[in-house]
Design a protein around this ligand. Structure first.
Ligand code: HEC
Ligand code: HEC
Length: 522
C-alpha cells in the first residue's frame, strides 16, 4: 500500500516537472534560442544537410540543381519568397525562414527538417543562411499590416470573388476557376519556368491555405516570381486590407479537398449503369460515380527520365453495362496544348507537344492480388495501353492501342478493331477524357477481357505538352485496382455462395473437432 502510494507520488511529481518543462519550452526557450541562433554551428549543419541543393556558396548550384524546378534558392541574392516583412523590404523575419526550414515547402524539393534537426539546430542553420547575403546584422524595417482579420462568411467570399475577377486581377494568371490556367507564359528571376499555383489544391501551397498565409502572399507577392504585391500603392490593382481579407477568404473557399488522396478510396469501383453508358464527359450520371484520385509522379524508370512535372493528380470514375466499360479520366492541366495554336504556343515551352493520357491494364487478369511490373509490363505480364492525344490544329485527337512487355517491346495495334472509343473536353484548366471499350473483344489473346467481381490492376500516365512532356517524359501513377461491382441482381447468388462456403466450413470444423473429441474419449 505504502509502496504504491510512493510510486504514485513520484509519477505525479514527474508529470508536473515534465509539464513545467514543456511550458517553459513553449514560452521561453523558443524565442531565446531564436535570438541566439549560432551561425558557426549552423555552417556545420548546412554543409551536411543543405549543400546538395543550395551549394557550398549558397548560390543554389548544388549537385541536385539540374533536376529541380523550382530550383534550390540562391541565398547570395538574399531574396526570400515566403516572408512576412513589408512588400518592399528584402529582409525576411528569422521566423519566416525558420518556418520554411521546419515545415518544408510542399510542391518543391525543399524538405521539412523537424524530424532530423532540433529546434536549436534549425535556428542555427537559419542564422548561417543569412550570412550568404550579408543579412546577419540586418533587421527588417517594415512588417505586413494585417489590420483586423475579417472572418469568413458568404458575404466576404462573394466580395473576394468579385475582386479576384475584376479587371482580371488574379484571373490573369490563376484563371477563372483558380486552377492556374494562365493566359501568358511566366518565368522567375532566373529565367526558370514558373506556373501560377492551382488554388483548388491547397496541399501544393508552399506556405498554407490558412487565410492569414494567403493574406501575406497577396500583400507581399512572391518575390522572384511574377506573382505581384497587391499592397503596393504603385499597383493599379492595389487592394485595401479589408479587400485582401475578402480575397483570402475566397481563395480558401476554392479548395476542393484538404488531402491529396483519400486513402480509403483507391479501388476504382465501376457501378452498373442503367441503360446506355454515358456518352459524354459532362453527363450528369458521372456525378453519381465515386471518384478515385491518384498521385502522378515523374517517370524515372525508362530513359530519357523526367524530373520536372507540372501535373500532380488524376481522378478516375468508371461505369459499365452488359456490353462495355466506360472510364472517365479527369486532371487539371494549366493549358490546352494544341500544337499550332497561337495562345498555346505562347503559354507553353515552345515548341509544345500534344497533351495526352494513357490507361494501362494487364492482358490477363491475375488470379492472385499480383500486379504487372510497374513500367509497362514484362515478358510474363503483357499489358494493354490505351493512349489519347489531344491533336494539333492540323490533325484531330487520336486514340492508340498498343501491347507492351516492358519498355523495349511495344506492339502497335488497331484501336478501332478492339472497339476502343474516345471523347474529350477541356474547360478552365481541366481535361476530361472518356474511354469506352467493349467488355470482351475478338482478340482474347491480346486484349484484356473485362470480368465482373475481379480485381483488375490499372495504372495511368499523363503528358503536359506545354511542359516539354512527350514520349517517355511524362507523369504516371503506380498500379491500383479497378473492380466492376456485380449488379445488385447477381448479388444474391454471390451471397448464397458465400453463405454456403461458411456453412460447409463450419460443418467441416464441427466434424473435425467431433472426431478429435472421439479420439480423446477413446
Ligand atoms: C533536396 C533539395 C533541398 C535541400 C536538401 C534543402 N533545400 Fe532549401 N530549398 C530547396 C528548394 C528547391 C527551394 C526553393 C523553393 C521555391 O523557390 O519555391 C528551397 C528554398 C529554401 C529557403 C527559402 C524559403 C523562402 O521563403 O524563400 C530556405 C530558407 C531554405 N531552402 C533553407 C534550407 C536549409 C537550411 C536546408 C538544410 C537544412 C535546405 N534548405 C535543404 C531545396 C532544398
Ligand atoms: C502575373 C501573374 C499573377 C497574378 C496576377 C497573381 N498571381 Fe498568384 N501566383 C503567381 C505565380 C507564378 C505563383 C507561384 C509562384 C511560385 O513559384 O512560388 C503564384 C502563387 C500564388 C499563391 C500560392 C501561395 C503559396 O503558399 O504557395 C497564392 C495563394 C496566390 N498566388 C494568390 C493570388 C491572388 C489571390 C491573386 C490576386 C489578388 C494572385 N495570386 C495574382 C502568379 C500570379
Amino acid at each position: 500500500m505504502n509502496n504504491s502510494g510512493n510510486a504514485m507520488r513520484k509519477i505525479n511529481q514527474l508529470m508536473i516537472r515534465l509539464l513545467g518543462a514543456m511550458l517553459a519550452m513553449l514560452f521561453t526557450v523558443a524565442p531565446a534560442i531564436a535570438a541566439s541562433g549560432d551561425a558557426e554551428n549552423g555552417k556545420i549543419i548546412y554543409e551536411k544537410r543543405c549543400i546538395w541543393c543550395h551549394g557550398g556558396d549558397g548560390d543554389g548550384s548544388g549537385a541536385a540543381e539540374k533536376f529541380l524546378n523550382p530550383p534550390p534558392r540562391n541565398f547570395e541574392d538574399g531574396q526570400y519568397k515566403f516572408k512576412t516583412t513589408g512588400f518592399d523590404d528584402m529582409v525576411p523575419n528569422d521566423e519566416d525562414n525558420f518556418r520554411m526550414v521546419r515545415d518544408g515547402m510542399p510542391g518543391t524539393a525543399m524538405p521539412g527538417w523537424k524530424a532530423l534537426l532540433s529546434e536549436q539546430e534549425m535556428w542555427d542553420v537559419v542564422q548561417y543562411v543569412k550570412t550568404f547575403a550579408g543579412y546577419e546584422e540586418e533587421k527588417p524595417e517594415t512588417q505586413i499590416d494585417y489590420g483586423t482579420q475579417i472572418p469568413t462568411s458568404p458575404e466576404s467570399i462573394a466580395a473576394g470573388k468579385k475582386l479576384f475577377e475584376d479587371g482580371d486581377r488574379c484571373v490573369e494568371c490563376h484563371g477563372k476557376a483558380g486552377k492556374g490556367s494562365a493566359t501568358k507564359s511566366l518565368k522567375g528571376d532566373y529565367k526558370e519556368r514558373t506556373w501560377p499555383r492551382n488554388l483548388t489544391k491547397p496541399w501544393t501551397f508552399r506556405a498554407s491555405n490558412d487565410p492569414k498565409d494567403i493574406f501575406s502572399r497577396i500583400s507581399t507577392g512572391i518575390p522572384g516570381t511574377q506573382m505581384p504585391s497587391f499592397a503596393d500603392p504603385k499597383s493599379k490593382k492595389k487592394l485595401s486590407i479589408e479587400e485582401r481579407w475578402n480575397v483570402a477568404n475566397y481563395v480558401v473557399s476554392l479548395a476542393k479537398t484538404k488531402e491529396v488522396v483519400d486513402a480509403e478510396n483507391t479501388v476504382i469501383k465501376a457501378e452498373v449503369a442503367e441503360g446506355d453508358l454515358p456518352a459524354t464527359t459532362d453527363d450528369e450520371r458521372w456525378d453519381q460515380a465515386v471518384p478515385s484520385t491518384f498521385l502522378l509522379v515523374p517517370q524515372i524508370i525508362g530513359k530519357p527520365r523526367f524530373f520536372k512535372p507540372s501535373n500532380d493528380t488524376i481522378t478516375v470514375r468508371a461505369m459499365y453495362n452488359d456490353k462495355a466499360v466506360a472510364l472517365l479520366l479527369e486532371w487539371d492541366d494549366r493549358s490546352k496544348s494544341i500544337p499550332g495554336d497561337e495562345l498555346a504556343e505562347k503559354i507553353g515551352d515552345s515548341p509544345i507537344s500534344e497533351d495526352g493520357v494513357a490507361v494501362q491494364l494487364p492482358v490477363v487478369i491475375p488470379t492472385e492480388m499480383e500486379k504487372p511490373y510497374w513500367g509497362m509490363g514484362d515478358a510474363t505480364h503483357p499489358v494493354n495501353i490505351w493512349q489519347w492525344k489531344s491533336g494539333t490544329t492540323k490533325a484531330p485527337e487520336t486514340i492508340a492501342l498498343s501491347n507492351a512487355m516492358g519498355f523495349a517491346t511495344i506492339e502497335k495495334r488497331d484501336a478501332a478493331a478492339s472497339g476502343l472509343q474516345i471523347k474529350s473536353s477541356y474547360d478552365n484548366g481541366t481535361w476530361r477524357v472518356l474511354f469506352t471499350r467493349p467488355l470482351s473483344t475478338d482478340d482474347a489473346e491480346k486484349d484484356l477481357q473485362f470480368a465482373e467481381g475481379r480485381f483488375i490492376p490499372v495504372a495511368f500516365a499523363a503528358w503536359d505538352g506545354s511542359n516539354s512532356e512527350s514520349g517517355s517524359k511524362h507523369t504516371m501513377t503506380t498500379w491500383y485496382w479497378m473492380l466492376l461491382k456485380p449488379a445488385p441482381s447477381s448479388m444474391p447468388l454471390a451471397i448464397a455462395v458465400l453463405v454456403m462456403g461458411l456453412l460447409l466450413g463450419g460443418l467441416m470444423w464441427w466434424a473435425r473437432s467431433a472426431a478429435a473429441k472421439d479420439t480423446e474419449n477413446a
